[in-house]
Design a protein around this ligand. Structure first.
Ligand code: ZN
Length: 192
């Protein structure tokens, strides 16, 4: 169902909402960049580098970490954010955000395996967001890895991201090429 609202005001409202939700967070890289840089990086990858112009995909990309990664793991806040996203941005956006949200009830190692399994079952639109997410993370970890990550952990991260992406191929050739180039560059930067 195509969105009927004009795309730009919705996108700006989504970025503003994400900025509020992520306002106390930093990226875990050594530079500790503001968290909001990450959803903005996804938008750049989707809209600028890959020419994606589906408004709901872009709005959902702006919001993609809001349910999972904001302050307060308490279920009531998660439910509140779900309700707000549905009310302000619509059911399709909420569905996309939920499709790319990890199940935080699982331990971390299991969550990483679940992402690989889950990736193959995502809709095409959800895959676009996931491709962009993995591309942005691979670039960030390539350029500014967390201070306590050993080279082996960085290499392991790149291998895992490649497996998630491999499970989703066929959704958008341009985005896949953008990911492949980002991964090759990040591996080169870390001697791989
Ligand atoms: Zn993300």
């Amino acid at each position: 169902m195509p969105a009927t609202d004009p795309p730009l005001p919705r996108l700006i409202a989504a970025l503003d909402y994400a900025a509020q939700q992520h306002r106390d967070q930093r990226r875990k890289g050594i530079e500790a960049a503001p968290y909001i840089n990450h959803p903005i990086a996804l938008l750049r990858i989707l809209a600028v580098e890959a020419g994606i112009d589906d408004g709901d995909v872009l709005v959902a990309a702006a919001l993609h970490d809001v349910i999972e990664d904001c302050s307060g793991p308490a279920q009531e806040f998660i439910e509140q954010r779900r309700a707000e996203i549905g009310a302000q941005f619509g059911a399709r956006v909420l569905e996309l955000v939920e499709a790319v949200t990890d199940d935080k009830a699982l331990p971390k190692a299991q969550r990483k395996l679940a992402q690989i399994e889950h990736a193959g079952q995502l809709s095409r639109e959800a895959r676009l967001i996931k491709f962009a997410d993995k591309t942005a993370n691979v670039r960030d970890i390539g350029m500014s890895p967390p201070a306590d990550w050993e080279p082996a952990r960085i290499a392991e991260y790149f291998d895992w991201a490649a497996r998630v992406v491999d499970a989703m191929r066929g959704a958008d050739a341009t985005l896949e090429a953008v990911f492949d180039a980002a991964l090759a560059q990040a591996r080169r930067a870390h001697g791989g």
